[in-house]
Design a protein around this ligand. Structure first.
Ligand code: FES
Ligand code: FES
Length: 157
């Protein structure tokens, strides 16, 4: 089937099998390998992307369901070659180790901070509870997200 949608501000057109997930479409057809795949059944959150502004698990969505939508992957969060304030905060706080969960963490946190730049630590933990990390223990991740709030409040995100 032919599917047309927007990815990171660019119109794309792909021909896919109806059963292909959006995650695999992004990675294998569009070479956007920043979106990671872990569990492939909606548990780990590694595959999170923005779908019309909402954080969703791209392993649970078929590529054909993206028809006409606007998708943003972790590659599309930066407006230039540099790190976003949220990404820089993850680096500053050592909020990643293997990096497997990191694109999903950052995409989920970006959606949260865009909607709720005043969120507190409990809210960050609640929203990120759907993103599993096997390495960091979460403390540094929560600190990184909290530290990035100022950039979202000031519009520098
Ligand atoms: S790969 Fe999609 S939630 Fe785990
Ligand atoms: S940094 Fe390794 S799974 Fe999170």
């Amino acid at each position: 089937m032919q599917v047309c949608f927007e990815v990171n501000g660019r119109d794309v057109e792909v021909v896919v099998e109806p059963r292909l997930t959006l995650a695999d479409c992004l990675r294998h057809h569009l070479r956007l390998t920043g979106t990671h795949v872990g569990c492939e059944h909606g548990v780990c959150g590694a595959c999170t992307v923005l779908f019309d502004g909402n954080a969703v698990r791209s392993c649970l969505i078929l590529a054909v369901q993206a028809e006409g939508s606007k998708i943003v992957t972790v590659e599309g969060l930066s407006k230039d070659d540099g790190l976003t304030p949220l990404q820089a905060s993850f680096r500053r706080h050592h909020a990643l180790q293997c990096g497997s969960c990191t694109p999903g963490m950052i995409t989920t946190a970006h959606a949260l901070l865009s909607a709720e730049p005043d969120c507190d630590a409990d809210r960050v933990r609640e929203v990120l509870s759907g993103n599993l990390c096997r390495c960091t223990g979460y403390v540094s991740i929560v600190e990184a997200v909290l530290d990035a709030r100022a950039a979202y409040k000031s519009g520098a995100s």
